[in-house]
Design a protein around this ligand. Structure first.
Ligand SMILES: Nc1ncnc2c1ncn2[C@@H]1O[C@H](COP(=O)(O)OP(=O)(O)OP(=O)(O)O)[C@@H](O)[C@H]1O
Ligand SMILES: [Mg+2]
Length: 250
């Protein structure tokens, strides 16, 4: 029997609460501490950006929050559900029901068409194929790929592949959307359109979007920015401090 996590209820507004999380890769000489007792929180209804230099631990943080990477120590809670207490299979179920993930490397399935790639989360959730493909086609239309429905990833540009990955993360309307550099391969107009879509998905009760980005064109969409450095959170910017941060990073 599967555990149903769709109706979990947080006791406050935190969407993600990661407290004192440590993650180490490798051992001996190749040991890297990617997260050092890191504490990171986001609220429901917000679009939250994570910034910081290459190698500071951004992708690692997103991966442990999404439950796709095991961590060494610390507590992770998503919409009030404590991931620490769950079995791997239950984390997978929880992720399928609640989280959409846009990977830095897109992770599209090369043998499937764009419509079939975008349909995957719906099919995993039990939606019938005809309906899944209709909804996927509509989502692809929204990201400007209505004319690429039957193409395969190998026939698409980097920016087009990125938009297929975005459509796949949004199509099942997950409560939490986690994006690793979602606009890196997009021109300015398309990048702004995608940020509008993501902001729309974030700003509702019980929802949240977290975006790792190096792209200062996205900063103006943020409700909050977490700056990381060397495996830790250096600073969190909101309100006036956020406006100052954006003004100094134009
Ligand atoms: N699979 C892995 N095996 C070993 N070390 C890793 C692995 N993944 C990441 N690291 C190391 O962990 C640290 C954090 O990596 P991470 O990918 O989280 O950084 P990042 O902030 O996402 O960087 P970027 O902006 O370049 O994507 C880096 O020092 C990196 O070399
Ligand atoms: Mg990264």
């Amino acid at each position: 029997m599967h555990t149903d996590f769709t109706h979990t209820h947080a006791d406050d507004e935190a969407a993600v609460r990661a407290v004192g999380v440590t993650k180490t890769y490798g051992r001996g000489d190749s040991r890297t501490v990617a997260l050092k007792n890191t504490t990171f929180t986001t609220r429901e209804g917000e679009l939250h950006l994570v910034v910081g230099p290459s190698g500071c631990g951004k992708t690692t943080l997103l991966s442990v929050v999404a439950g796709t990477l095991e961590w060494d120590s610390g507590q992770i809670e998503v919409f009030g559900v404590k991931l620490n207490g769950l079995k791997t299979a239950d984390i997978t179920t929880f992720r399928r029901q609640n989280i959409g993930f846009i990977f830095q490397q897109f992770n599209l399935i090369p043998t499937l068409t764009t419509v079939e790639n975008v349909s995957v989360p719906l099919l995993l959730g039990g939606t019938k194929r005809t309906e899944a493909e209709e909804r996927s086609a509509a989502m692809l239309q929204e990201v400007g790929l209505g004319d690429k429905l039957t193409k395969r990833p190998g026939d698409l540009s980097g920016g087009q592949m990125q938009r297929v990955a975005i459509a796949r993360a949004l199509v099942h309307k997950p409560r939490l959307i986690i994006c690793d550099e979602p606009t890196s391969a997009l021109d300015s107009t398309t990048g702004h359109h995608i940020m509008e879509l993501l902001a729309g998905a974030a700003r509702a009760p019980g929802r949240c979007v977290i975006i790792v980005t190096h792209d200062n064109r996205t900063y103006g969409y943020a409700d909050r920015i977490t700056e990381m450095e060397d495996g830790q959170v250096k600073q969190v910017y909101a309100n006036g401090a956020l406006r100052d941060f954006i003004a100094t990073h134009r």
